[in-house]
Design a protein around this ligand. Structure first.
Ligand SMILES: O=C(O)CCC(=O)C(=O)O
Ligand SMILES: [Fe+2]
Length: 351
């Protein structure tokens, strides 16, 4: 698809001011590890104004400063990968923006994660019937067990710290195949930007999309370059809210869609073709990865439910505040050792 007029260098003085602000902020981030609100705002503005070129430039700098480790063979949940197969996966993501893996999450890991999601209380997202995107109201409802006979929300979110304390999650966080795919695509030694997240999605709104639950098309802009790994923990057919991704939309975007907020299906289809709208369905255990700088959404759930876990890796932590994870006695020695050997990847984990 040809992107028309993807970049006009409008208001050059303002763009240069933004670049100075972002550069100052980035240097401060390198010194302190935190991103100021003004630096983050400048980064977002620059991303829009340059149609992602600013991100590509900064990611190239990360590649130079933190070149990715290269393993001859990586073994893990994605199988046994050598440098050739890893290269092919990265190539696939570069072309389409996403990649669905053939191999499913091992049955014992699926079971452990599902068991967790039924045993541990989650935060139901208060979902007003006039669901608007102005506020995330997690605080209105008390944490509760996910009860299929009494659905009170469109989304139930688990606490990142509690998730990370599960040994199955620690295995996934240190999985060499996941890390190798991230290295190859990001072109740099990655950082975990958000520890493993997990949530139930339901049909509380009877098939009506919820903005709060990211069920309208949008693209993420919470960092320089990032990659999300998704794990379906329930069977996801077209009725059960599959993740939808616009194939090939992770590069330059049509000017009309370069905006913050949610975008309707109709508007997306004025710029992309129907066959670019990919609905990622799959049985329990399906693993896929996506550069969510491309347009994506969770489809509104018509029936049943969806349980999903997600891990986000990035070229750096520059961007919005990230939640730290405290490494307490619930973390295995294997995890500790691995993290010690890879301090950059595990920077958000406090020892
Ligand atoms: O629920 C989904 O499939 C979409 C989630 C989303 O927008 C994201 O992870 O960035
Ligand atoms: Fe998103």
């Amino acid at each position: 698809m040809k992107i028309r007029g993807a970049w006009r260098f409008e208001k050059p003085a303002h763009t240069i001011r933004l670049a100075c602000e972002a550069t100052r902020g980035y240097r401060e981030f390198l010194r302190t590890g935190t991103t100021s609100a003004s630096a983050y705002a400048a980064m977002r503005q620059l991303s829009f104004r340059t149609n992602g070129r600013y991100n590509d430039f900064m990611a190239a700098l990360s590649s130079l400063c933190h070149p990715p480790r290269k393993l001859a063979i990586a073994r893990g949940v994605l199988g046994e990968l050598n440098s050739k197969s890893i290269g092919l996966i990265a190539e696939h993501i570069r072309r389409d923006g996403y990649c669905i893996f053939e191999r499913k999450l091992p049955e014992n890991m699926q079971q452990a994660l599902v068991e967790f999601a039924l045993r541990v209380p989650a935060k139901p997202l208060a979902t007003p019937k006039n669901d608007s995107f102005t506020q995330f109201e997690y605080r209105l409802l008390a944490d509760c067990l996910y009860d299929r006979t009494n659905i009170v929300s469109t989304l139930y979110n688990f606490d990142l710290q509690t998730i990370a304390e599960q040994s199955v999650v620690q295995e996934l966080l240190t999985d060499e195949t996941i890390l190798s795919v991230a290295r190859a695509y990001l072109g740099a030694e990655p950082v975990i930007k958000q520890s493993m997240a997990m949530w139930w999605s339901t049909n509380y709104l009877r098939g009506k999309p919820s903005s709060l639950a990211a069920q309208h098309f949008h693209f993420d802009m919470d960092g320089i370059k990032f990659l999300k790994f998704f794990f379906y923990l329930s069977d996801v057919g077209t009725e059960n809210g599959p993740h939808c991704y616009i194939r090939g939309s992770h590069g330059r975007k049509p000017r009309g869609l370069l905006k913050d907020g949610r975008i309707s299906d109709e508007e997306i289809l004025t710029h992309y073709t129907v066959d670019q709208v990919m609905e990622i369905t799959g049985g329990r255990g399906t693993i896929f990865v996506a550069d969510t700088r491309g347009f994506h959404k969770g489809k509104a759930i018509q029936s049943g439910e969806r349980l999903m876990a997600q891990l986000e890796l990035a070229t750096s932590l520059f961007g919005p505040e990230h939640q730290k994870i405290e490494v307490n006695e619930r973390f295995s020695n294997e995890f500790r050792q691995f993290a010690m050997q890879h301090p950059r990847i595990f920077a958000i984990y406090d020892f």
